[in-house]
Design a binder for this molecule. Structure first.
Ligand code: C2E
Ligand code: CA
Ligand code: CA
Length: 703
């Protein structure tokens, strides 16, 4: 049980005040009694002696009993004197006085009188029972005439006096006690108030935890010192807490920034690969459990490397940020965009209703890049190549899902970029084949698996005007692989350089044989890839070959597909200037497809346009195609470029092209691509085929 200090103080004080008051009171009473008894004794002794002296005269002079009795009557004045007796020398009662107060009623008379045997008493005052007795000899004690005994009531007056004293002093005592208690209460209260204030202050602090508060100190007693100590303690706690808070804040900031560094891309502020992978992993587990569908979009920015190279990394960075913002604006709360690396991003669409959601999302993204993006002074026309894959296709496996979406994106890239592709299982087989091709291609040259075949070109006048070197690859496991399949793979897997080198070398080697059989002004064409131009290695390599075979270049033509110009036509022109200077010519391959832009015709220095096969194949059936074909031929003639039609398969096509002013014809009709040892027969065959047209033409032309 908690006992308050106030209660303790109060109890102790009350006990001490009461006990001291009581002891003072008791001592006073005792003292009063002693003083009273002493005074009664002295007075009685004096009265008895005086009376005895008076009696001596009466006894010796007259011995008159009446006078003696009269003399004894003086005791009437003393209310407490019970009786007085005069004895003679032989202790015989000679006279007496009896106070009627004590002896009037019968009961009192029944008491023995005198109630004491006087001769047994010694002279002076003595106390026996409730009475005080004074015995005095009358006359000199040695020759006394008699004795005087006075009995004085003793106990009763004392009790009465004590009662009177108590009656008078108790109220005073009580008043004094009350005042003392009140004063004490006030004092205790006064002393305890600061302590109580301090106590409620500390309780308040412990509740509020506001350690900046301070106790208001007043006075300079122990409680003030305690208050000061508590204030000092609070100050230290406060400082300690502030320091801890500061430290905690720093730690939290550090933790947050470390978390951000570890999980977010600093440039775009999007989740990074690590973060999205761990999140997506969890999402896939959830999808598997709930059998829900999660879709991902894997995409990159088409031509990002070129933009970075041409416009600088700062613009590249800004483009990444802007693309991130554009894509992010299409996300709802549950969907997440992350930057995986470079210009590669991923969008995760969790718990989608069906596959169309991801497809529509990708469609939206594709459309949002139709308009150019403006960054600083640049207007950037770009697009996204998107691959889509779904959780169930990948059996909810994270790596598999990413690989599938990546593969689908690769198809988008191959399908001309700026488009989307949904992952299909057969892509895996194709991808496996692609991987196999890449692996085998690495050894194709060393294993001597490559060779060249040649396809002749005939001029509109019937002369053999050119011959195109076309590569062939036969692998033991893969069989014959078309260049249409392996050249694009070689381009994207970094293997094209070795192939182009091998082709150029082979053409330089084959050239004397060709010139031996074919007309001396024949142009031997070789295909070069846009990738060869971009890397800048080709020019020095050809310079070397040119130095070794100075006369060869004038017999060569380099065929380049249009895409190469789109990347960097200035660099392409520098290359063309070199080869044209060295005596070779340049043909623009597959004209009319891909990235063709008529404006390039005026910007690049080429000699020949090779019209893509599709225009020739469809020329017999499609009127529109025919018109385009005619326009290309006319346009080329007008700006002074040579034209060569590819894929001429029939005499009608050949005839039609010659009629419309095409300069050179190439196709199965004249010659299939064949090994060099078949060149003589092919030359003969091509000439024959031309003659067939010429004859037919003569036959139908009216003379
Ligand atoms: P290209 O340069 O347009 O070559 C012409 C393609 O058309 C050749 O296919 C050829 O065999 C085929 N062709 C020729 N006449 C006809 C015809 O009358 N009808 C049809 N349907 N096709 C005809 P090929 O040899 O399969 O080459 C395909 C492509 O591979 C080439 O197209 C070229 O872009 C690339 N290529 C071939 N050899 C090389 C090479 O040595 N280096 C590089 N970089 N690319 C090459
Ligand atoms: Ca070609
Ligand atoms: Ca072509």
């Amino acid at each position: 049980m908690r006992v308050s200090i106030r209660f303790k103080f109060l109890t102790i004080s009350i006990i001490s005040i009461l006990s001291s008051a009581l002891s003072v009171f008791v001592v006073s009473l005792q003292e009063h009694q002693t003083i009273y008894a002493e005074s009664v004794k002295n007075n009685l002794a004096a009265l008895t002696r005086n009376t005895a002296d008076d009696l001596l005269l009466l006894l010796s002079d007259q011995d008159d009993p009446f006078m003696i009795r009269t003399s004894l009557l003086r005791f009437e004045r003393y209310e407490h004197i019970k009786y007085a007796i005069v004895y003679d020398q032989q202790w015989n009662l000679t006279s007496q006085y009896m106070n009627p107060e004590f002896f009037n009623d019968l009961s009192k008379n029944s008491r023995p009188f005198p109630d004491i045997k006087a001769s047994t008493l010694s002279p002076g005052v003595s106390i026996a029972g409730d009475n005080m007795y004074a015995l005095s000899p009358i006359g000199e004690s040695s020759q006394s005439e008699g004795y005087l005994l006075v009995a004085h009531e003793y106990q009763k007056p004392i009790d009465k006096s004590r009662a009177e004293l108590m009656r008078l002093s108790l109220p005073l005592l009580i008043v004094v006690l009350c005042i003392a208690l009140f004063a004490m209460l006030v004092t205790i209260r006064q002393q305890l108030v600061p302590l109580l204030r301090l106590s409620s202050f500390t309780r308040r602090i412990s509740r509020s935890k506001d350690y900046s508060e301070r106790f208001q100190i007043s006075g300079s007693d122990e409680i003030s010192t305690l208050g000061q100590d508590i204030n000092m303690l609070l100050k230290e706690i406060d400082e300690e807490i502030s320091a801890n808070q500061e430290k905690n804040k720093q730690l939290t900031e550090q933790r947050e920034s470390m978390y951000r560094l570890a999980n977010y891309d600093q440039l775009t502020e999007l989740p990074n690969r690590r973060h999205i992978m761990s999140w997506l992993g969890q999402q896939l587990n959830y999808s598997k459990k709930t059998q829900s569908l999660t879709g991902i979009l894997f995409f990159d920015i088409d031509g990002f490397k070129g933009i970075n190279d041409r416009m600088g990394h700062e613009i590249g960075d800004k483009l990444l940020i802007q693309v991130g913002e554009i894509v992010r604006s299409y996300l709802n709360g549950a969907q997440v965009l992350a930057r995986l690396a470079g210009d590669e991003f991923i969008v995760v669409l969790p718990d989608i209703e069906d596959r169309s959601v991801a497809y529509k999302f990708a469609e939206q993204l594709t459309l949002s890049f139709i308009d150019p993006i403006y960054i600083d002074e640049w207007q950037i026309q770009t697009s996204l190549s998107i691959g889509i894959a779904y959780s169930d296709d990948a059996d909810y496996q994270l790596d598999t899902l990413i690989a599938y979406a990546d593969l689908a994106m690769y198809y988008s890239k191959n399908n001309g970029k700026g488009c989307m592709t949904v992952f299909q299982p057969q892509m895996l087989l194709e991808s496996q084949r692609r991987t196999q091709i890449i692996t085998s291609l690495g050894e194709a040259i060393s294993k001597n698996e490559l060779r060249l075949v040649y396809q002749l070109k005939v001029s509109h006048l019937g002369a053999i005007s050119g011959i195109e070197a076309l590569i062939r690859w036969r692998n033991d496991e893969l069989g014959n692989i078309s260049p249409s399949e392996f050249i694009p793979i070689a381009e994207t897997s970094g293997k094209i350089k070795d192939i182009t080198k091998w082709v150029a070398n082979q053409v330089f080697l084959d050239l004397p044989t060709i010139l031996q059989h074919a007309p001396s002004n024949i142009k031997v064409s070789l295909n070069i890839s846009s990738h060869d131009l971009r890397n800048g290695w080709l020019e020095p390599y050809l310079r070397e070959l040119h130095q070794k075979h100075p006369s060869a270049m004038k017999s060569l033509q380099f065929e380049i597909t249009e895409s190469s110009y789109l990347n960097d036509y200035k660099a392409a022109n520098r290359f063309f200037a070199f080869i044209q200077e060295a005596g070779a010519s340049v043909a623009l391959d597959d004209f009319g497809t891909g990235f063709s832009s008529l404006s390039y015709l005026s910007r690049i220095d080429i000699d020949t346009i090779k019209i893509d096969q599709q225009f020739i194949h469809n020329s017999g059936t499609d009127e529109r195609n025919r018109i385009i074909l005619q326009s290309i031929l006319k346009l080329s003639n007008d700006i002074g470029l040579n034209t060569c039609a590819e894929g001429v398969e029939t005499a009608q096509q050949a005839q039609y092209l010659i009629e419309k002013g095409c300069d050179h014809l190439q196709g199965f009709y004249f010659s299939i691509p064949a090994p060099l040892d078949q060149l003589p027969e092919n030359l003969e065959h091509a000439t024959k085929q031309y003659q067939l047209i010429a004859r037919a033409k003569t036959a139908i032309t009216p003379k």
